[in-house]
Design a protein around this ligand. Structure first.
Ligand code: SF4
Length: 398
C-alpha cells in the first residue's frame, strides 16, 4: 500500500481535521480548571520543593502533561463542542491516564470496543466523528474509517508523525525499519503500519541478539520465533538485515534508543566497512523533547537524598514506566501509582512494581522526617499529582 499517497489524499479530505476548530480559548479555561493545580504552581515557583511537618516533597523539574498530550486533550474537548450532537468515538485511550479518559466518557465520547485482540469498528457508522489519539492510529484503521465516511479528528502528536516520516524514508530506500519499542504498544503498531519491512526490538539485549545474527548468522527459526509478533509479514533475517534504518517509539528510554542506534551502526560498519556504511544504515533523531526532558529531570532528582519516590502515571504508560526504571537503577524505593485512590486507608498503598501485578504495602511512608521525590508521566494532569501530595501530607501529619 502506498501509505504516503493515502495520507496525502486523507489530508485533503473535508472529513479530516487536524488543526482544532477555533474553540481554543473556551476549552483552555475548562482544561485549566479541571487539570491544573495551584499547589503544583506554588511548588514549581518554590524551586520544586515544599515542606509540611515531617514531609519534604521534591518534584522533578520536568514532569506531567507534555505539549503533545495537552494538545490532544484540548482537541478532544474542542471536538465535543464542535459536534455537540454527533456520536463521537476514540480509537483508543486518548492518552494513558484513567482520570482523563473517564472525563471523556462523562462527555459521551465513546471508546471503540476492544476484546484484547482486536477492535470492533462495526459500532462506528457513517457520519460519526472518530478521534485518533496522541500516539496515532495505524494506516489501516485510518483507511477503514475513511471508507466508512467518518469525520476523522487526528490528534497524533507531531513528534510521532516525525517518526512515521522516518519510516517512510526507510521504505523509499527499501531499507528495513528497526523500531525500538513495544510491539503491542499502540504507537509502535501505528509506526510499523507505515513501514514495509520492519523488526521491533524491545531493548538493548534484543538489539544485541539481532546484531550477533548479522555478524555471525544463527538459527533462522529461532530468530523468527523470538520476534514472532514483532516483524513484518514474510520477514527473512537472512535477507532483510542488510539495509537498516532505526526508528523509535517516542516514549522509550532515550539513552537506550541512542545505544541501540549506535550498536546497529557499529555492526553494519564492521560487516560492510566504513566506506559502505552510508549505503547500509540510516538514522534520524526522533527522540521526543518531552520524553528526554522528563528523563533528564529524573536523573537529576535521583541524585538527591530521597527516602522514596512516587512515580505517577497510567500503568500502561510507557514513559511513566521508564521513569520508574531510573529510580530502581539508583536503588531508591519507588512506587508507581496511577491516582490518589491507590492510597489508604491509613498508611497503606496499592502500587505496581515494575513488570509485576498490583501489590499492597502497609506502612509505606516510614516514620520520622522523610523526603519524597515525585515525578509523573507525560499523560498525568497536575491535579492528580496535587491530590497525591495532599494524601501524603495527611498520612504523615495527622
Ligand atoms: S511524549 Fe512526546 S511524542 Fe508523546 S505526546 Fe508527548 S510530546 Fe508527543
Amino acid at each position: 500500500m502506498d501509505t504516503k499517497a493515502f495520507k496525502r489524499s486523507l489530508h485533503q479530505s473535508e472529513n479530516y481535521h487536524r488543526r482544532g476548530f477555533g474553540h481554543q480559548n473556551e476549552v483552555m479555561e475548562v482544561l485549566n480548571s479541571e487539570y491544573q493545580s495551584s499547589l503544583i504552581s506554588q511548588i514549581r515557583s518554590n524551586n520544586y520543593q515544599i515542606e509540611r511537618g515531617e514531609v519534604t516533597i521534591r518534584l522533578a523539574e520536568a514532569f506531567g502533561f507534555c505539549w503533545g498530550v495537552e494538545r490532544a486533550v484540548a482537541m478532544a474537548y474542542e471536538t465535543r463542542r464542535h459536534f455537540p450532537s454527533e456520536k463521537i468515538w476514540i480509537t483508543n485511550e486518548i492518552i494513558h491516564n484513567p482520570s482523563v479518559n473517564e472525563r471523556l466518557r462523562d462527555m459521551k465520547v465513546n471508546f471503540i470496543p476492544f476484546n484484547g485482540a482486536q477492535k470492533d469498528f462495526s459500532v462506528v457508522g457513517a457520519g460519526d466523528v472518530v478521534i485518533l489519539p496522541a500516539f496515532g492510529a495505524s494506516v489501516q484503521e485510518m483507511q477503514l474509517l475513511d471508507n466508512k465516511g467518518c469525520k476523522i479528528v487526528d490528534t497524533t502528536c507531531p513528534w510521532v508523525s516525525k517518526v512515521w516520516n522516518s519510516v517512510e524514508k526507510h521504505k523509499r530506500s527499501d531499507f528495513t525499519s528497526i523500531i525500538h519499542g513495544k510491539y503491542n504498544h499502540e504507537e509502535t503498531v501505528a509506526t510499523s503500519s507505515f513501514a514495509d519491512k520492519y523488526l521491533i526490538v524491545l531493548n538493548l539485549k534484543e538489539a544485541q541478539y539481532v546484531c550477533d545474527y548479522i555478524l555471525n548468522g544463527g538459527n533462522r527459526d529461532e530468530f523468527l520465533d523470538k520476534f514472532k509478533n514483532a516483524h513484518s509479514e514474510g520477514f527473512d533475517p537472512e535477507l532483510d538485515l542488510q539495509y537498516l534504518g532505526v526508528a523509535n517509539q517516542t516514549t522509550m528510554l532515550k539513552s537506550e534508543t541512542e545505544q541501540i542506534g549506535k550498536l546497529f551502526e557499529k555492526t553494519l560498519m564492521q560487516k560492510y566497512g566504513p566506506s559502505e556504511l552510508a549505503k547500509h544504515f540510516m538514522s534520524f533523531n526522533t527522540i521526543c523533547d518531552a520524553t528526554q526532558e522528563r528523563q533528564d529531570a529524573m536523573f537529576e532528582l535521583v541524585k538527591e537524598k530521597l527516602s522514596l519516590m512516587v512515580v505517577i502515571g497510567g500503568f500502561n504508560s510507557s514513559n511513566t514506566t521508564h521513569l520508574q526504571e531510573i529510580a530502581i537503577d539508583y536503588g531508591i524505593p519507588s512506587y508507581h501509582i496511577d491516582s490518589e485512590s491507590r492510597i489508604g486507608p491509613g498508611n497503606r498503598l496499592v502500587h505496581k512494581p515494575l513488570s509485576k501485578d498490583l501489590e499492597t504495602v502497609e506502612n509505606w511512608l516510614p516514620s520520622g522526617p522523610i523526603v519524597v521525590g515525585i515525578t509523573s508521566g507525560a499523560s498525568t494532569p497536575d491535579k492528580v499529582v496535587e491530590k497525591i501530595i495532599e494524601e501524603i501530607f495527611t498520612i504523615k501529619n495527622t
